[in-house]
Design a protein around this ligand. Structure first.
Ligand code: 9PG
Length: 460
């Protein structure tokens, strides 16, 4: 049963816009002024819930807040997996959820109390996989068994807890078996990682299906379709549109859970599950089940298939519906070995694409989630090779990782000079104490680390 809730707010303070899924822009936006969503269709899926792309007023997924006095806010948040909060001129209105939480007071207290209420409603899961080496931000999809074996050997005794193989190992999205670049198979790869004393990690996009892949060709009935019967598009990451599995179908859930179980049986105990929002996309209007509930059922089936002791990292994932099922969630867009892509962020009105600046702002704007789930702000860079970030910009991503308590990089040791390697070694062994002083300001082992300038410089 869904109900609505509304709360009066001042008409002037900024609005906390909470993005639909991991990559969707999150932060404090001006109360008035234009609501800009991306102009390129491929970017629009990532920017916000497609059902709200044409909303005239600012709004956010699950939770919203408005500044009242300095340091104080009024918050309206769902205690449920669905819900949407819109900021009108004098009030916030929440629709879609069964139960709502309202509070006014000091910002950090209000968000902490909301997180505690969400913990009761949805549960919590946390773990510490240790530092992660992830292949994406150095090799993209151009990974091979030989190249990864070389990296694994070059990592030597660097204390990474997880060696995570990202996109590029599979035959196609939807066909989750190794391609010809992994001739020994994924189990052999996992064995090598285990022999190095680390946990093998694997990337999958369990709800996506390449149009040209085997799954789409053989099982067209399994595809999510719109009112005119056309397959729904789930992403454009690889050029042509990618289709989506209809997770309301029993045969689809069986297929997805089989894919997950296969990866676990190969030996992978850390799964990065990506493009998860695909299971919550609008489809034929005949389906009246709230999309977030459909999503939640699908990820619960995934958790059951993986078992309790497999660390599941959600990426491109709707936030509230993922709490209590996953161990970790990506809380911002992709970082990149550059600070900002102005062509995309400003001219195409899309801050959900790759870039260090938006990864920092969106991730820190979700810092309040940390008591519910591990928060992954994406990787840090230590390399100057193949990297446009200045040393200062690199250090800000390193600080971000420590603040969030999730440490990852994609840098192959071979790309690092001596000083950069020393910096990486420090990163892997340090566990600085973190104290939050302000919205974007922290003490890291007593050192003042302030990201406010970055947040203030982002366009809305
Ligand atoms: C693998 C990557 C990495 C990364 C994920 C996700 O729309 N896009 O162009 C787009 C590109 C990359 C992307 C998301 C969207 O990144 O966040 O860490 O796993 O997929 O394909």
């Amino acid at each position: 049963m869904s109900s609505s809730s509304s709360v009066e707010t001042p008409s002037t303070g900024r609005f906390y816009q909470h993005g639909w899924h991991s990559w969707s822009v999150t932060g404090w936006r001006p109360r008035s002024g234009p609501v800009r969503y991306p102009v390129v269709p491929a970017h629009r899926l990532q920017a916000t819930d497609p059902a709200h792309l044409d909303d005239p007023l600012p709004g956010g997924s699950g939770v919203g807040a408005v500044e009242t006095d300095p340091g104080h806010v009024t918050l309206l948040g769902a205690l449920d997996v669905d819900g949407w909060v819109t900021a009108g001129p004098h009030r916030m209105v929440g629709v879609g959820a069964s139960t709502w939480h309202q509070a006014t007071g000091p910002e950090s207290q209000v968000f902490a109390d909301y997180a505690a209420a969400l913990a009761s409603a949805l549960g919590t899961r946390r773990g510490d996989p240790g530092p992660v080496w992830c292949s994406w931000y150095s090799y993209s999809t151009a990974i091979t068994e030989a190249e990864l074996m070389k990296v694994l050997s070059d990592l030597g005794d660097l204390p990474f807890g997880v060696f995570q193989i990202d996109d590029g190992w599979q035959r196609a999205n939807g066909d989750w078996t190794p391609n010809n670049d992994f001739p020994s198979g994924m189990e052999a790869m996992a064995d090598h990682v285990i022999a190095s004393g680390r946990v093998p990690g694997l990337w999958l996009a369990p709800f996506l299906v390449d149009a040209a892949g085997e799954t789409a060709g053989r099982y067209p009935d399994m595809l999510l379709r719109d009112a005119s019967g056309q397959p729904v598009t789930g992403g454009h990451n690889w050029g042509p549109a990618t289709f989506v599995l209809d997770v309301t179908r029993t045969d689809v859930l069986e297929r997805v859970t089989t894919d997950i179980r296969r990866a676990v049986d190969w030996g992978y105990r850390y799964l990065k599950l990506d493009f998860l929002y695909a299971a919550a996309l609008p489809s034929a209007p005949a389906d009246k089940t709230p999309r977030e509930r459909t999503y939640r059922r699908a990820i619960e089936a995934i958790r059951e298939a993986a078992g309790d002791d497999v660390y599941l990292l959600a990426c491109g994932a709707p936030i509230l519906p993922s709490i209590g099922v996953f161990d970790a969630i990506r809380v911002g867009p992709d970082v990149a070995p550059y600070w900002d892509n102005v062509d995309r962020t400003v001219h195409l009105a899309d801050r959900s694409g790759p870039g260090a600046a938006d990864a920092i702002v969106t991730s820190l704007s979700r810092y309040w989630l940390r008591s519910l789930i591990d928060i992954d702000p994406d990787v840090a860079f230590f390399r100057s090779r193949n990297c446009l970030l200045s040393p200062t910009q690199r250090s800000r991503l390193i600080d971000l990782a420590h603040v969030c308590g999730f440490r990852a990089t994609s840098d192959p040791p071979e790309w690092l000079d001596g000083a950069e390697r020393t910096e990486l070694e420090r990163f892997l062994t340090q566990r600085p104490t973190v104290e939050q002083l302000d919205r974007y300001r922290f003490l890291l082992d007593g050192r003042d680390v302030d990201f406010t300038d970055i947040a203030e410089a982002r366009p809305w």
